[in-house]
Design a protein around this ligand. Sequence first.
Ligand code: ADP
Ligand code: ZN
Ligand code: ZN
Length: 732
Amino acid sequence: MLLLGVIIEYAANSLDRPFSYAYNGDLDVKIGVRVVVPFNNRKVVGYVTSIEKTDDTLEELEENTGFKIKEIISIIDKEPILNEELMMLSNDIASYYFSPLISVYQTMLPPSLKPKLSSLNKPKIAYDTYVEVCDENTNDLTPKQLELYLKIKDEGLVLKSDIKSSLVPTLLKKKKIRLVLKEKMRLVLEDVEQIQDKDLTLEQRKAVEEITTQNDKVYLLEGVTGSGKTEVYIQSSKKMIEEGKTVLMLVPEISLTVQMVKRFRACFSNVAILHGELTPAERYDEYRRISRGEVDLVIGARSAIFAPLTNIGLIIIDEEHSETYKQDVSPFYHALEVAKMRQKYNENCKIVLGSATPSLETKTRALKGVYKQLYLTKRFNDSSLPETEIVDMLDWKNLDNESSMFSLSLRHEIKERLDKKEQVLLLVNRRGFSPFISCRKCGKVLKCPTCGLPLSYHKKDNLLKCHHCGLVDKMPFSCSKCQSTMFTKTGFGTEKVEEEIKRLFPNSRVLRLDSDVASIRSAVGKVITTFENEEADILIGTQMIAKGHDFKNVTLVGIVLADLGLNIPSYKASERTFNLITQAIGRAGRHEKRGKAIIQTYMPKHYVIYDSSIQDYNRFFNEEMVYRKEAQNPPYTYLTMITFASNNEKEVIDKSYYFKDLLIAKFASKKVEVIGPSEPFLVRVNDKYRRKILLKYKNYNDISPVLKEIKENVNKSSSIDVIINVDPMDDY
Ligand code: ADP
Ligand code: ZN
Ligand code: ZN
């Protein structure tokens, strides 16, 4: 009999350990396969983590261990679903992020392979049916049958559905041909023409040289947009692949993979794509293609960092400062952290971080020499950066009665572009600040009953929507507090900007891109393509439009109100706003025509506004680092956020104070600051009340044993959830 250690599919800290099950059958079980097991009178999927042979009977085992041991119900996989490296990696991740191992597996694997009951009905391998000849003797065939037989023989392997003849069944019956099943790949990409290598500039060549021949582990490739970073990625990848290694290329956004994929497919023949926009079937196929070693290079968004490549020579993280590389649910992993973990298992694997505006953490490490700094200082073809103008929206001279949203200057420039048939991008920086509705009489803000966040008003369908949980509600007739029927709208979003533009420029063709539009798969691509094809004049959007896109005819970028992002109470607010504005400005005039950018603001003297207007990353870095030092925020320290959640508000408050005292006692001799408890930005999630405690420290090893202990012990006895987020993106 076999005694199996099985971790089950529920991702709770209290269940984060192997449970023992017996197996008496004669099938081969391996560590790393999925099994179906009984658990609390339910059928659940588990993942085998250990196998022990034993001569004991079930009764003897139960006697020895003191546990009731059940038998597994069935074995799902023949082979382990994770390779050896990924198994070790999952342990590293679970340990560093204090998350249940099963949730790491579930994050790593495509839908069809997740250790979860619900994935058992996810797509399986699809087959195409081919025929081939299998008997040389053709004496008993009629001339017509022989004709078909010879055609098939000529071709070798023919897709059955391609044969337009009724004689196939006859040939099959006579055993002259046979059926062959071949795996069918469901992701079909159009062919791209292979392109020749470009001659690299001196700087590009130096970068490729360093990356491929030096011994540094992590490289920061710093260069403004259009300075040719992608070309460096491509040439470095080629070198690695020539040496028989594989390459992993991460991009921040799905919409960006489209362009990157095209470019990479034009240079490499064996590319796989992994991201959430693929259908589960497509992801499954791509995943298996990679597993079988048929792929040299994988491109994808964050979770592609788990691609089952072996012998990785290079991991590229493009736009490394992008926050999409950090997962915002458990396990709260960051792709860069995981990349560093993978380096351990792939000899001489290099990491290249590319950015025009590196995160402050990354830049600090490069300055300290922990990362090797590489620069691309010139924009390709020497196309110059756009001219920028800051417009003070508090100065009445800049405005008139026609519009309070668009200054005279921005309107003038837009009109000029429309006349010249050039294109305009308008950025609405509204992270967390969409328009919301409040009662005109008592001021009560309409909030989401589940999250407690203000609901956003969507004029088009006259509905209220929660941008956090997706709740949609009708506009109420009257205020629930004072019964007044008058409401006011505060703030503005993309929709409002669109309306205003259409009013001011009625003949312009306007497109909008925001999370609303993006909620439909492929809608983003459609909008971008339409704009790229110059079938629209103005594109209005949120941060989505700022990134990466290469619009040839855009010569004007307008930032409708730059300050919005600065008012958010996060230590990262300045960095985010700087990045966003810098990137948005970078969209203007990437080609022959010189671009212009206009920044509308109420704080024209703010260093973030000024530094981004002159695209001076170093200046911003130096100024911002002073504030970070003063407040002892990253990169001077590290943060970990602990969130407590419960259906019972009193309990969550009590427990958070209890933990505060406990943590302070445990950290007594260490340099760990315990901040809080306080209300998090999301006060309620899924009907649970939340409180947070923030830890600030210089050394991860100071917090790790304590948090491990907490993770292992609290959740068992209590009805309160403890959610640990190491290196969170926000401190509020
Ligand atoms: P980045 O990734 O830094 O934004 P890209 O790699 O996209 O910059 O380069 C910007 C443009 O310059 C692209 O159109 C690219 O094809 C072109 N380019 C880059 N390097 C070269 C080169 N060495 N020779 C010719 N064209 C180049
Ligand atoms: Zn009211
Ligand atoms: Zn909500």
